[in-house]
Write a protein that binds this ligand. Structure first.
Ligand SMILES: NC(=O)c1ccc[n+]([C@@H]2O[C@H](COP(=O)([O-])OP(=O)(O)OC[C@H]3O[C@@H](n4cnc5c(N)ncnc54)[C@H](O)[C@@H]3O)[C@@H](O)[C@H]2O)c1
Ligand SMILES: [Zn+2]
Length: 669
């Protein structure tokens, strides 16, 4: 008996604490299902041992206290909660309880259970007068100014026939799109996110500054009449007709509201809404089933905190609680190292979830999550499962911080995280199995070694069939090996071998670019080639020397140093040189003797003989800077075929313009 008493006390305290966080702070620390489990346990104990129920039992009370920062409003008629059922069996039991008390079988008005918060809005002579939260059901908070900002709430009723005093009750909620937008904004600022649209709606509505509420895109659906004065005012005799009446007066009502006459049609309604749940523009957590006939409702009456004539038939939860057992690190095809949460498997959103992405180090820091923590998982619709919060009070004493591995779990290369960047990356682009396909696609691409016929599909097959593991392997391919690929005859295979042979003849700039060093694009590669002239000199450079090159700042310099420090990268380079990749020497010319030294050139239109990148590299080799747009500082514009706005601008500014033939002459080609 003592044990039961202790458990009741513990559950009561716990639930009251959770109520406070949920209703007062708008910041629940456990998911609703967990709360519902605790509540059901307490209800079961109190039913068995009524004498042990405590005076402050949450089973007997609605919601939470009204916040004192708002003016308080006493409701003219209490705002109650709803009982709930979680299964067809429980629904049948509810139906039976209702049916037993009625002379005639009930029909139900079925409505989506919007996941927001209840508000009461008073209209006097059709004019919006006052709005309040439900609060503890008796006393709510005055949020008139905030509700006034919600566009779907009418400030004046339409038409005629409304009573002199009309209370409209309904749900204020945040549509899914607005929820995503609010959280995206908060994420960008590194602020705390709202766990779900309900919390976002509650947090946005219960603001002292109604400007904040106005900025949050809240919406409203009416779902009931409250007080009507005079009481004798003629009203429709069914709940559904009353809702349609509200709609005529200008109050928005969900278009999903429907009357179902028997059990099978109620169950079909439930299934239908559940199936379409993820398509709806707003979050719902079930359907609400209300005895439609008002006279029947009156016969049934109320229990402590809810009507007997209605119930919420809840959907499977989209948020659950589980344990973070560990974190694995996955390497993506671009080298991004992504932490993936390994979870104790949990059934949520209709599936069993055992993994969730943790995105990156910033996300881990924002959540403050540790291994061993209890975490709240959210899986809504087809969206990938997310860890939305940590249940701080459940943290075990041996919880461990999440450490990013210093080395790539796939290839062992260093993992680097550049300051100011969220993503950590494996630096072994050329050797990392995870990145192999992307690295070799890049190596073969047009601006790199430009291997004709070596498209993405070909690269993927070469790697999948294990014909190629590193760039140097490409040059060992024989035509007969290549014919093993899909749709590769002897002729195309021979062409590809020839293209590989031709691609060995390259330029130093292209070669550097082909290595895929982070943030070394073609322009930077060209600048590096021109500056260092030889691979030997470049390999030995330190960060300071790299930074003397145009376009190379601290970060790129670090990437370069890091790249050439790692022996496996040097091995790949040696392999390529051995395979015969070569380039003409860049002549050691005195800087001053460069013919285009100090000039700024711009290329536009289509060049027919040279490709744009080669033209650029050659101009740079002569000392010119090649810019992307024309300004008064431009020395010369090369206008290819079909040149457009840049040509017009150059002419306007009086900049010298030449065509491709003249360019070729200057380049000496
Ligand atoms: N996670 C937590 O810590 C925590 C704490 C407290 C409460 N809760 C959650 O809140 C629930 C209890 O809250 P509650 O008392 O507000 O009950 P409820 O949300 O289960 O049901 C009543 C409410 O449903 C809403 N509603 C939506 N659509 C409606 C419609 N068409 N017709 C009528 N009402 C509609 C109204 O706001 C009404 O007040 C719990 O079951 C739990 O899931 C969670
Ligand atoms: Zn790697």
């Amino acid at each position: 008996m003592q044990a039961i008493q202790d458990e009741i006390k513990q559950l009561t305290d716990q639930l009251n604490q959770h109520n406070y966080r949920y209703y007062v702070d708008d910041a629940p620390s456990i998911p609703d299902v967990e709360y519902d489990r605790l509540m059901r346990r307490l209800q079961a104990l109190e039913a068995e041992y009524p004498e042990l129920a405590l005076g402050d039992s949450p089973t007997q009370r609605v919601g939470g206290e009204a916040l004192s920062k708002f003016n308080q409003v006493t409701h003219l008629k209490p705002m109650l909660s709803l009982d709930n059922v979680f299964s067809e069996e429980e629904f049948n039991a509810f139906y039976k309880r209702v049916d037993d008390k009625l002379a005639e079988a009930p029909a139900f008005c079925c409505e989506p259970k919007l996941d927001g918060l209840a508000v009461s809005i008073l209209y006097r002579d059709g004019v919006f007068e006052r709005a309040a939260t439900r609060g503890d059901g008796t006393v709510g908070e005055d949020i008139t100014e905030n509700v006034r900002t919600i566009k779907s709430v009418p400030l004046r009723l339409r038409g005629s026939g409304f009573p002199p005093l009309l209370e409209v009750r309904g749900e204020v909620f945040m549509p899914k799109a607005a929820f995503e937008a609010v959280n995206d904004k908060a994420r960008a600022k590194g602020e705390k996110l709202f766990v779900n649209p309900r919390n976002a709606a509650a947090g946005s509505l219960r603001q002292l500054d109604s400007k904040i509420t106005a900025s949050r895109s809240l919406a409203f659906y009416a779902y009931a009449l409250g007080v009507v004065e005079p009481e004798t005012w003629p009203l429709a005799a069914s709940h559904f007709e009353q809702l349609m009446q509200l709609k005529e007066w200008g109050c928005p009502v969900s278009s999903e509201v429907k009357v179902c006459a028997d059990i099978p049609s109620v169950l079909a309604y439930y299934q239908d809404i559940l199936t379409r749940r993820s398509e709806l523009a707003y979050e719902i957590d079930g359907v609400v089933l209300k005895v439609n006939d008002i006279a029947q409702q009156q016969t049934l009456g109320f229990v402590a905190k809810a009507p007997r004539w209605a119930t919420a038939y809840k959907f499977p939860a989209q948020e659950e609680i589980t344990l973070l057992e560990g974190v694995d690190f996955q390497v993506g095809r671009t080298g991004a190292v992504t932490p993936v949460a390994r979870l104790q498997p949990v059934f949520v959103g209709g599936v069993t979830v055992s993994n969730a992405t943790l995105h990156n180090a910033d996300e881990i820091a924002r959540l403050g999550v540790m291994i061993g923590d209890s975490v709240i998982i959210r899986r809504a619709g087809d969206v990938i499962p997310q860890i939305v919060a940590v249940v701080a009070e459940k943290r075990p004493s041996d919880a461990q911080a999440i450490q990013f591995p210093p080395q790539c779990p796939v290839c062992g290369s260093d993992v680097e995280r550049v300051e100011g960047e969220a993503v950590a990356r494996c630096t072994g682009g050329l050797v990392c199995e995870a990145q192999r396909k992307e690295a070799i696609k890049h190596f073969a691409s047009r601006k790199a070694l430009d291997i004709d016929g070596m498209g993405d599909k070909v690269v993927e097959q070469l790697i999948d069939k294990e014909l190629v593991a590193s760039p140097a392997d490409l040059f060992k391919l024989t035509a007969s090996a290549i014919t093993m690929l899909d749709r590769m005859g002897m002729k195309s295979a021979t062409n590809l071998v020839n293209a590989l042979e031709a691609a060995k003849q390259t330029t130093f700039a292209r070669f550097l670019y082909s290595l895929g060093i982070r943030e070394v694009g073609e322009a930077t590669a060209a600048n590096l080639a021109n500056y260092f002239k030889t691979l030997e000199k470049l390999k030995q450079a330190d960060a300071e020397t790299f930074m003397k090159v145009d376009d190379v700042g601290v970060i790129v310099a670090q990437h370069l140093v890091h790249f050439f420090e790692q022996s496996h990268n040097l091995e790949v380079i040696d392999g390529l040189l051995e395979a015969g990749v070569n380039w003409p020497d860049i002549e050691e010319v005195a800087e001053e003797s460069l013919s285009l030294k100090g000039q700024t050139w711009v290329l536009t239109g289509t060049l027919t003989q040279l490709n744009r990148n080669d033209a650029k590299a050659k101009l740079q080799a002569l000392g010119a800077k090649v810019a992307g747009s024309v300004s008064k500082n431009t020395d010369c514009l090369v206008a290819g075929e079909a040149a457009g706005s840049k040509l017009t601008k150059a002419q306007e500014l009086g900049v010298k313009v030449i065509d491709e033939a003249e360019l070729l002459a200057i380049l000496g080609d």
